[in-house]
Design a protein around this ligand. Structure first.
Ligand SMILES: Cc1cc2nc3c(=O)[nH]c(=O)nc-3n(C[C@H](O)[C@H](O)[C@H](O)COP(=O)(O)OP(=O)(O)OC[C@H]3O[C@@H](n4cnc5c(N)ncnc54)[C@H](O)[C@@H]3O)c2cc1C
Length: 470
């Protein structure tokens, strides 16, 4: 179905069936629904679901999906609600299916280095449980109150992707409920698999449009011994970005390699009231490195420092104490709330080959200059993922103007060999730009995949791809 007016409503009879499946207190149809009407996307209108259901197991999810399918009711899966593309916003009302009660860590298998978790497990709880077993789940997608199911559904990335990749590189298998209520199991506790189509990876990153993820098998690794953070000021962004290829050629991949300019540093200081060392310079790299011993980490840090000084770095700052390191990383994590505080109608998370970051940023700045819209830039220099924020600072830019600006910026990212979203997903707010990055054949295949999983278009409709899109 592509016409939302054809969707069924949550009638009293449907409500009674939902209550029978999950119990009275797990069916929310009053004011509580407001907590499920938005995610963390800046300046996005909330949309109220008709009802929120909170199942506790896959069997209940299957019954809910079968009911929704029979009654043609749209279903929006929801994890932590920290997404920043509007993916969890129920734009056609219907049912929000919250995974929050499915929050059990079922097993940490130390022999196979695999964690089996329910989809609603919160990232911070996973870190703790894995650490207690002497293992490590290295991905760090910015917001630790997000759910693992949400991370898998968005293929979340974050600051450690240079060394470790993104969520899909750690997903070994899934349990997922299809829109018709069938329960699907994919993958397993093994590293290799050449057995038919790769459904685990197809569902990963599908943003709740193909299936409800209920259980996840995650690959774990041994923990690193030591971690160090370097904060390196430069006189220009060009110098900072220019040092990235040589940093990466150095033999040891950093865990994270972030760039930022002075404007976001000043704003975050203003927003948090905390000061960042060496804040008077134009641009900065923040490099996170891990190694097994103190000696090794110092050797790597010295080498990276020298590479940067050779590219015009003004200084190399190593915070030293754990507290100072944490402080620096925390301030980096505050960038998104900072730009939201000062007013931004959009976050761009375009990705380009890392060798072309400087070129892409220069093009984006030139475009923003033409539109006379201030642009904040920062991001993951080590993996080519660039965050750009058109800023409003209290002035409202028209929606049409912002849209034109974004089209031009996304076209520039594609022209640089990149694409529209590196980690946040298309969700609601970026789906209309998909044709910039996907040709007709790809769009048509994506639609056929969607239709094969979800012929009635009840699974998070209106997200990622519009079935009416040419
Ligand atoms: C301050 C801040 C910093 C952030 N930094 C990063 C970052 O560095 N890198 C990054 O990648 N992201 C980042 N994010 C975005 C966000 O945290 C991630 O997208 C996260 O993966 C969303 O998880 P969630 O559980 O909150 O998902 P939700 O917001 O609840 O949902 C996101 C999408 O996944 C779908 N979904 C959720 N659970 C399921 C499920 N079980 N089955 C099927 N579909 C499901 C939803 O329908 C929706 O489309 C940041 C967000 C904030 C607020």
């Amino acid at each position: 179905m592509t016409d939302p007016s054809g969707y069924g409503k949550v009638s009293d009879q449907v409500l009674a069936s939902l209550i029978e499946i999950v119990g009275d207190k797990n069916v929310l149809s009053g004011d509580d629904r407001e907590n499920y009407a938005r995610d963390e996307t800046a300046e996005l209108e909330p949309a109220l679901p008709e009802v929120v259901v909170r199942p506790e197991d896959a069997a209940s999810v299957a019954r809910i999906m079968k009911l929704a399918s029979d009654k043609l009711i749209p279903v929006t899966p929801r994890g932590g609600g920290t997404g920043i593309s509007g993916g969890a916003v129920p734009i056609y009302g219907g049912i929000v299916l919250s995974l929050e009660r499915m929050n059990r860590i079922l097993e940490i298998d130390r022999d196979n280095f695999v964690a089996t978790v329910e989809a609603g497990v919160i990232l911070s709880n996973l870190y703790q449980a894995v650490e207690e077993q002497g293992l490590y789940y290295p991905l760090y997608p910015g917001e630790t109150s997000s759910s693992i199911g949400g991370n898998v559904a968005t293929n979340a990335g974050g600051m450690r992707a240079v060394k470790y990749g993104v969520t899909r590189h750690f997903v070994l298998g899934l349990e997922a409920v299809l829109p018709n209520g069938d329960v699907l199991e994919t993958g397993g506790k093994f590293v290799k698999c050449s057995t038919g189509y790769e459904l685990t990876q197809l569902i990963t990153g599908s943003e709740g449009t193909l299936a409800v993820i209920t259980k996840i098998l995650l690959r774990l690794i041994p923990p690193p011994g030591k971690r160090e953070v370097l904060f390196i000021p430069f006189n220009s962004l060009e110098d900072a970005i220019g040092s990235v290829p040589d940093i990466l050629k150095g033999g040891t991949l950093p865990v994270g390699l972030e760039f930022m300019e002075q404007d976001i540093i000043k704003l975050v200081e203003q927003y948090t009231g905390r000061e960042i060392p060496l804040h008077d310079h134009r641009a900065f790299l923040m490099i996170i490195v891990e190694a097994d011993s103190e000696e090794e980490i110092l050797r790597i840090a010295n080498h990276l420092g020298e590479v940067c000084l050779g590219h015009g770095a003004v200084d190399v700052f190593m915070p030293g104490s754990e507290r100072a390191k944490r402080n620096l990383l925390e301030l980096r994590e505050k960038f998104y709330s900072t730009v939201c505080h000062f007013g931004t109608p959009a976050i761009v998370d375009a990705v380009v080959p890392r060798s072309r970051i400087a070129e892409f940023i220069a093009r984006a700045k030139e475009i923003a200059h033409r539109y006379q819209i201030p642009l904040i830039t920062y991001g993951h220099a080590g993996d080519g993922n660039v965050h750009l924020h058109p800023m409003s600072y209290g002035t409202k830019h028209s929606e049409a103007r912002i849209n034109e600006l974004l089209v031009k910026i996304f076209e520039a990212s594609v022209a640089c060999g990149g694409t529209i979203s590196g980690e946040h997903g298309l969700g609601l707010v970026k789906k209309k730009y998909l044709p910039i990055a996907a040709d007709k054949a790809k769009l048509a295949l994506m639609k056929r995949i969607k239709q094969a999983f979800d012929p009635n278009n009840i699974m998070n409709p209106g997200k990622v791809i519009d079935l009416g899109q040419p």
